[in-house]
Design a protein around this ligand. Sequence first.
Ligand code: NAD
Length: 250
Amino acid sequence: MRLEGKVALISGGARGMGAVEAKLFAEEGAKVVIGDILEEEGRKVETEIRAAGGEAQFVKLDVTREEDWSRAVEASVSHFGKLNVLVNNAGISGSQWGNDLTQEAWDAIMEVNATGVYLGTKAALPEMRKAGGGSIINISSQMGIVGSDATHPAYNASKGAVRTFTKSIAIQYAKDNIRCNSVHPGPIDTPMADAIFDDPQKLESVRSKVPMGRIGKPEEVATGVLYLASNESSYVTGAELVIDGGWIAQ
Ligand code: NAD
């Protein structure tokens, strides 16, 4: 198994890509801590993993709150003894604000998508040091590399912040054997994207921008995240793994 003996904390693990990653990690032998604001959905993922013979623990985590991060990292250690992998996956699209450039929209998007990644990284680093190293995987977006005619500009800014934050963490903690990489999914079929993909016109507009001509599946991102979490990527740090059907290649 590719994650045998590892303990992984996944933020936003209650649904969407985070839930698929939690289940895949458990299948590959990891003990998984699922952190999310959605308690019912998070407990459901925990139950499903346990029913399949895996080990999982849900913790209530709002990624914008430093004290919640301390509790989530403590839960990894108290339940499973250590922390080896952090997936900073929780995020919001900000679609409810349209292209409204209010500071309220900017602050809310930056707080979850960028500050949340900073706080998670800060909380996990000491435990990873104690464990002799670790892997941090920050879920950015293709929208953290290019702009867009439809996405909230603060979403691009937040995901761009994650992209370069990742590189400095990679450089500054390489000596501690802690790797840090970013993942850049294109349009993926998850609850976050329902509002867009449920509208046939919007779905076609997005689909037409993908050279591969289709929306991606959460599993197609999860396998990339699994690679970065595993020892197979032992010499990979500060890298960007783009999983977008060719969106930014054009
Ligand atoms: P999703 O909405 O299905 O899942 C996101 C999860 O994050 C949810 O469980 C939600 O409750 C959680 N979350 C939101 N705010 C939180 C907070 N403050 N604290 C803790 N948890 C919180 O979305 P998804 O598509 O699975 O997105 C996962 C990640 O992938 C996000 O960072 C998103 O920006 C990114 N992404 C998504 C797409 C896409 O097309 N779906 C594309 C590129 C990047």
